[in-house]
Design a protein around this ligand. Structure first.
Ligand code: C2E
Ligand code: MG
Ligand code: MG
Ligand code: MG
Length: 285
C-alpha cells in the first residue's frame, strides 16, 4: 500500500492534491481531442544568469486553452495524459511548437536555449530520441540549444529504457536537466546513473530559504552538489528580492521564478526581454 494511501486511511495526513477538492479532473477523450485539435498552447518562462542578468533560455510550460474552462494548468492534465497513453502525442505537439517559436526568436536576434518537460512515460516510445532530433533539425535549432527537463514523478522499476533514451539524446548533443531536484524520486541515484548537464533545485528549497535553516541547508547542499558534478545549477521559485539576493550571495548559476518573469505566450518574450534589460541594471548593483 503506498504511503499516501495508508496515511489517507489513517486520516491524519493527505497529500496537497487531495485537499484541493475543487480541482477538476479531465477525461482522456476530451484531452485527446484537445491535443489533436490545437487547444494546447505553449507558455515560456525565462531562465537568467544570476551573475550577469543575461537571459540564457526559457522553459516551455504547456497550458490547455479549454473552450469553456479557460486556461487550464498542466498539473490538471499531464497525469491524465500519462495514464491514458496520450503523453507521447502531447510531448510531440509541445516540442514541435517550441522548436517553431525558438526559430522565430532566432530571426529576431534572440538566441535562447529552449527547455521542454519530459515525462518518464515518454521513454516507452522507442523512437523518442529520433523524434526529438527530427523536430529540432526541421526547425534548424541546434541540439545544444534544446534542454530536456526530466522529473521522475513516480518510481520507475525498469530503469533501462529511460537510460537508453537519455544516452542516445546525450550522444546527439541535447542538454539534459534533472527537474525538481530533492523531491519525489528526483534523487541521488538518478544523478549517479544519468549524465545531466543541469540541476534544478526545487522551489520548496529556494523560496523563503533565507529564513528557514532546514531549507537553506538543502538549497546549499544541492547547489554544492550540482557544482561539484560540473552541472549548471538553476534555482526554481525565485519569487522575491530576498530569494534573488540569496542566489547572488551563494553564486547560483541561473534563476527562474515570478520575481524575474511569469510564464508568458511566445509573442510576449521579445517585449519582456527589453523591459528586463532595463530592470536588471538595478538588480545587479
Ligand atoms: P516544473 O517543470 O517544475 O515547472 C515549474 C512550475 O513552477 C511551473 O508550473 C511554473 O509556472 C511554476 N513557477 C514558476 N515560477 C514560479 C515561482 O516563482 N513560484 C512558484 N510557486 N511557482 C513558479 P506549471 O506551469 O503549472 O507546470 C507545473 C508542472 O507541469 C511543471 O513543473 C512540469 O512538471 C509539468 N509540465 C508543464 N508542461 C509540461 C509538458 O509540456 N510536458 C510534461 N510532461 N510536463 C509538463
Ligand atoms: Mg521543468
Ligand atoms: Mg521544476
Ligand atoms: Mg514541477
Amino acid at each position: 500500500v503506498p504511503l499516501a494511501t495508508m496515511a489517507a486511511m489513517v486520516g491524519k495526513w493527505r497529500p496537497a492534491a487531495a485537499q484541493a477538492a475543487t480541482v477538476k479532473s479531465y477525461g482522456a477523450g476530451e484531452l485527446g481531442a484537445a491535443i489533436a485539435g490545437d487547444e494546447l498552447v505553449n507558455y515560456y518562462q525565462p531562465k537568467v544568469a544570476v551573475a550577469t542578468g543575461a537571459v540564457v533560455g526559457v522553459e516551455t510550460l504547456v497550458r490547455w486553452r479549454h473552450p469553456t474552462d479557460g486556461l487550464v494548468f498542466p498539473d490538471q492534465f499531464i497525469g491524465v495524459a500519462e495514464e491514458h497513453g496520450l503523453i507521447d502525442g502531447l510531448t510531440r505537439v509541445v516540442l514541435t511548437g517550441a522548436m517553431a517559436d525558438a526559430a522565430a526568436w532566432l530571426k529576431l536576434g534572440l538566441r535562447l536555449r529552449v527547455a521542454i518537460n519530459i515525462s518518464m512515460d515518454n521513454f516507452s516510445t522507442v523512437d523518442f530520441a529520433d523524434f526529438v532530433s527530427g523536430a529540432a533539425a526541421a526547425a534548424a535549432v541546434a541540439p545544444q540549444d534544446v534542454i530536456l527537463e526530466v522529473t521522475e514523478s513516480r518510481l520507475m522499476l525498469d530503469r533501462r529504457a529511460p537510460l537508453e533514451v537519455l544516452t542516445r539524446l546525450r550522444l546527439k548533443r541535447f542538454g539534459l536537466s534533472i527537474d525538481d531536484f530533492g523531491t519525489g524520486h528526483s534523487s541521488l541515484t538518478q544523478l549517479r546513473d544519468i549524465p545531466f548537464d543541469e540541476l534544478k533545485i526545487d522551489s520548496s528549497f529556494v523560496h523563503g530559504a533565507w529564513r528557514d535553516t532546514t531549507a537553506l541547508a538543502m538549497y546549499a547542499a544541492s547547489l554544492g552538489l550540482g557544482k561539484q558534478l560540473g552541472m549548471e545549477v538553476v534555482a526554481e521559485g525565485v519569487e522575491d528580492q530576498d530569494d534573488w539576493d540569496l542566489l547572488r550571495r551563494t553564486n547560483c548559476d541561473l534563476a527562474q521564478g515570478y520575481f524575474i518573469a511569469r510564464p508568458m505566450p511566445a509573442a510576449d518574450l521579445a517585449g519582456w526581454n527589453t523591459i528586463w534589460n532595463e530592470r536588471v541594471k538595478d538588480l545587479l548593483r
